[in-house]
Design a binder for this molecule. Structure first.
Ligand code: NAD
Length: 300
């Protein structure tokens, strides 16, 4: 039987609509407008596209969007000063520093200077610690989006075998913590894992977050398993015309979809959920800052 396609684009639309309804209520009942500040240092074209689209979607759900575009030569001290100002700003509930930062700036120092309560990327060491000890944390957006899709598809994840391929701080490790929090039996695989195919074949849930185009073939997938493809890889596509490219994930979609029970496509799977979860985290941070109830189903 063909796999169910988990439509992240459609799901992200539902999440954004829920965020927008909550923002409306915060405005009408409490006269509060959630605010998100995005900081970009330098002119990396890919980061510029992300920042623009984050700003547009933030405004579309009715929140306040503030962009700080700083010169590539901005010093670490100047950036830390800006973070301090944003930490103190009452109309800003979420702060996101677009990564990567220029090499002369220490990323860890900057991320850990953000007030953990406003750390909507969930990268602050306090949030990492709170997530791993099962406390109320701000959760990184990409794994949060994956978790929402899995819960939506399966209901309970309790007792399922989950394999996360990739151990990065922004995807693999927090993903594993979230799955553990939902009572999965979790294996983290990485570049040194032996017999990766056999490890993946045991999984009811496979999360691929590697950054290697189509590296997971269908014959690694247990029949009926759910496959969440986090990878975004751009390949040349001369068949589409000179200079054209196409996006593929970390799993070989055709062969995996033939065996899996459910699968996310690339594009249109995890990607759209990431920005939706950033908006969800911002409204959650705003509610927590004001001691108000949080929107349901938008947090871990
Ligand atoms: P990363 O480079 O930080 O980490 C990659 C991980 O893959 C590492 O832990 C490494 O051990 C593991 N790995 C490398 N080669 C391997 C191999 N042969 N076998 C098994 N494991 C291997 O990458 P990241 O930031 O975690 O991102 C992973 C992918 O997800 C990238 O394609 C990235 O573009 C994508 N991504 C997508 C979103 C989204 O919104 N959809 C967000 C973040 C990252």
């Amino acid at each position: 039987m063909a796999a169910t396609i988990i439509d992240g684009k459609e799901f992200a639309g539902r999440v954004r609509a829920q965020v927008a309804r909550h923002v409306d209520r915060l405005k009408s009942d409490h006269d509060i407008t959630p605010g998100l500040a995005v900081v970009l240092v330098g002119t990396d074209p890919a980061s510029d596209v992300y920042v623009r689209s984050k700003g547009k979607m933030t405004r579309e759900v009715g929140m306040k969007s503030v962009e700080h575009r700083l010169d590539a030569a901005t010093s670490e001290a100047e950036l830390l000063n800006l973070i301090e100002t944003l930490n103190a700003a009452h109309d800003i509930h979420g702060i996101l520093v677009q990564l990567p930062l220029p090499r002369h700036i220490n990323e860890d120092l900057v991320i850990n200077a953000i007030d953990p309560a406003k750390d909507v990327d969930g990268f602050h060491i306090s949030n990492v610690g709170m997530l791993s000890t099962g406390q109320k944390a701000m959760v990184p957006c990409t794994p949060l989006g994956c978790l929402m899709m899995l819960r939506d598809h399966h209901g309970s994840l309790s007792g399922m075998n989950a394999v996360v391929i990739g151990r990065s701080n922004i995807v693999g490790k927090p993903m594993a913590q979230l799955l553990l929090g939902d009572s999965c039996t979790v294996t983290i695989a990485h570049s040194r894992t032996k017999d990766l195919a056999d490890v993946v074949r045991r999984a009811d849930i496979v999360i691929a977050a590697v950054g290697r185009p189509e590296m997971v073939p269908g014959d690694w997938i247990k029949p009926g398993a759910t496959v969440i493809d986090v990878g975004i890889n751009r390949l040349d596509a001369p068949e589409r015309g000179a200079g054209k490219t196409r996006l593929v994930g970390d799993v070989d979609y055709e062969s995996c979809a033939a065996v899996a029970g459910a699968i996310t496509p690339v594009p249109g799977g995890v990607g759209p959920m990431t920005i939706a979860c950033l908006l969800a985290n911002t409204v959650t941070a705003c509610c927590r800052a004001n001691g108000l109830s949080e929107p349901e189903g938008l947090t871990a």
